[in-house]
Ligand binder design. Structure first.
Ligand code: CO8
Length: 372
């Protein structure tokens, strides 16, 4: 079987930052205004008063301290509470393509590939800014690549499932060098008036280059020893926005937004994650002592520590299971790839590592990697 590697990675980070302090101050101001406006109903017991958010809760419960966003304007304005940006015309790239171009260039440079080398592009993310034409095909044209391209979505596991598709395409002979981009333009889907979720997401785009080991020239390549994908249906993380929405007699104001039962997700998903990772390590005959690094999905610090402990059989040491949550927040499918991109040096040839995503679906995607 052809050996396939991740030969390059890239990350585009939007310049604008929203800190927990800013987010909580604006949310709490919104709470005051809301509770004042609906004081009569609240006093009559017809409506529950909104409660304050807190930086201490957010950091302790999630590990998030700040997040990057494409558009900060509007998010902190109590009269708006969403990012403000203009609709782009057909002659302009949508934000997701713009983000992808930047991340793709870094990954291509690292892998030593030009547009002429790439014959498959996969745009894999939790949301697509439009259904068609595929964003990946617009990216293909923008980069000057030929071959074919497609979009795919498995929420937080989009990147790992895309890597698996790329590996299969290379092994099946339908592609030679694959560019995967994960433009997670998450901020428009955040309900900034929801105390439970206003802090969770940030915007980012990651990119990876996947190719056969025999064509790879990069110093930083990782061989993909094993892949294991798993899905199990759950309603506990949902978004219901749809192209059919305008046909419904009743409009659901919550439909455009991310919603979840965070506690249930935490409890139900972790055992699946641990099973998938341990089963693939077993299949690849990789023991916990051989693992130099765990690049895990970045949704929650406590979840990552729990998963790392389950895999290693002990608490992870400093740098063993790197976290990027503090400055990026949850970036859906891009999270484990940012952790990989920023923390893939210092591993010797032959040493092993895990890259694993988990999230909505439920979905889990696990790769066992070996430094080339
Ligand atoms: N400030 C202060 N207090 C708060 C806040 C807040 N902001 N929010 C909740 N509380 C309170 C609650 O009211 C509750 O109070 P009480 O005990 O009195 O009832 C208390 O804090 C505890 O609340 P929770 O039980 O909800 O808190 P948790 O400790 O469970 O933490 C988390 C909440 C952080 C959400 C946690 O449950 C979590 O991270 N769970 C895992 C979730 C996860 O992994 N989800 C994956 C989602 S990502 C994904 O799949 C991608 C989807 C596609 C992305 C699309 C892009 C937008």
């Amino acid at each position: 079987m052809k050996q396939v590697v991740i030969s390059g990675s890239g990350c585009f980070t939007p310049k604008e930052v929203v800190t927990n302090e800013e987010l909580v101050a604006s949310y709490n101001q919104y709470v005051d205004l809301h509770n004042q406006e609906f004081k009569a109903q609240i006093d009559a017991g017809e409506l529950a008063a909104l409660e304050y958010s807190s930086c201490e809760f957010i950091e302790k419960a999630s590990g998030i301290k700040s997040r990057h966003v494409m558009y900060k304007e509007g998010i902190l304005d109590t009269a708006v509470m969403q990012p403000v940006f203009a609709r782009r015309g057909e002659d302009e790239h949508p934000e997701m393509v713009e983000m992808a171009i930047a991340a793709a260039h870094e990954a291509m440079a690292q892998a030593g590939k030009t547009a002429a080398d790439i014959d498959l592009i996969i745009c894999a993310a939790s949301n697509m800014q439009r259904p068609y034409p595929a964003l990946s095909i617009e990216l293909q044209q923008a980069l000057g690549c030929t071959g074919y391209a497609f979009d795919m979505n498995v929420a937080c596991s989009s990147a790992t499932f895309a890597i698996s598709n790329a590996v299969n395409a290379i092994r099946g002979g339908t592609a030679k060098v694959v560019l995967i981009v994960n433009p997670e333009f998450a901020s428009p889907q955040v309900n900034y008036t929801s105390r439970d979720s206003h802090f969770i997401f940030g915007d980012v785009c990651t990119a990876t280059i996947i190719e056969a080991e025999e064509t790879a020239s990069s110093e930083s390549a990782y061989r993909i020893l094993g892949m294991r994908l798993k899905t199990e249906f759950s309603n506990n993380i949902r978004c219901d926005v749809s192209y059919v929405d305008h046909c419904y007699a009743d409009q659901d104001p919550e439909a455009p937004f991310f919603k979840q039962q965070g506690r249930k997700v935490f409890k139900e998903l972790l055992p699946i994650v641990a099973d998938v990772i341990l089963a693939e390590m077993d299949a690849c005959q990789v023991a916990p002592e051989q693992l130099k690094r765990l690049w895990l999905h970045q949704a929650n610090i406590n979840m990552n520590l729990f998963a790392a402990k389950k895999i290693l059989g002990r608490d992870p040491e400093e740098g063993e299971a790197p976290l990027v949550l503090d400055t990026y927040a949850n970036t859906a499918s891009a999270g484990s790839i940012i952790a990989f991109h920023q923390n893939k040096t210092g591993i010797a040839a032959g040493e092993k590592a895990i890259l694993c995503s988990f999230g909505a679906g439920y979905s889990v995607g696990c790769l066992v990697l070996e430094k080339c």
